[in-house]
Write a protein that binds this ligand. Structure first.
Ligand code: SF4
Length: 199
């Protein structure tokens, strides 16, 4: 069975699904079969909540202060398990800060609001801005929806109202000019931007 929990650069991550609504040009899944201490990242089936719970029971969280929903897929594509896992973690390990790494298209995909509900159990969110405008966003992320940029921005604005902390990220596969435009957009929205190096 693939790793549901793995450690990468001293951080704990949850890999709860391989489904995703994007096909980003920089996606690590295209290059690497595994990451960190994970032996296998591709699930044969999407893990059930019981399987996730079992992975939590087996894992020693004592050296860690935070855990991130990320993995080889978009966590909101497994929304029910994401929510249940976050709830369970908050009950069992209230001292651990939980972060969601997301493409910000969860509400579009699920066709329902999720931000407020998630913010009850998850402390912070990192949203992939990926590009400074709709046209480049479509090219860089290849989402399975039209006009996805608008949905991601709407998700970000809403996240700012509910989560304790919200961040944007872009990967430096876009041009320096586009990174500058992304910084301006992030500043305009009042959300800090992290520029990640493509590795
Ligand atoms: S959103 Fe994340 S998992 Fe999905 S394709 Fe983009 S980088 Fe990969």
């Amino acid at each position: 069975m693939a790793n549901i929990i793995y450690v990468y650069r001293n951080n704990v991550y949850f890999n709860i699904t391989n489904r995703c609504t994007c096909n980003c040009i920089f996606c690590i899944r295209k290059e690497n079969e595994t990451i960190g201490d994970a032996k296998e990242m591709w699930h044969k089936h999407t893990p059930s909540f019981d399987e996730i719970k079992m992975a939590i029971e087996k894992f020693d969280f004592s050296p860690y202060r935070s855990a991130v929903f990320c993995g080889y897929g978009e966590p909101t594509c497994a929304y029910d398990n994401l929510l249940e896992t976050a709830k369970y973690m908050k009950q069992k390990y209230p001292q651990i800060q939980l972060r969601l790494n997301t493409n910000g298209l969860g509400e579009r995909f699920l066709k329902k609001p999720i931000v407020e509900e998630l913010s009850k159990y998850i402390d912070s969110v990192s949203i992939s801005l990926n590009a400074p405008n709709p046209a480049r966003y479509q090219e860089v992320t290849n989402p399975c929806f039209d006009n996805a940029f608008e949905d991601m921005i709407a998700f970000s604005k809403k996240s700012k109202l509910y989560f304790k902390e919200v961040k944007f990220s872009v990967v430096d596969v876009i041009s320096p000019e586009e990174i500058e435009e992304s910084k301006k957009l992030a500043e305009h929205l009042g959300i800090p931007l992290r520029v990640r190096a493509y590795t």
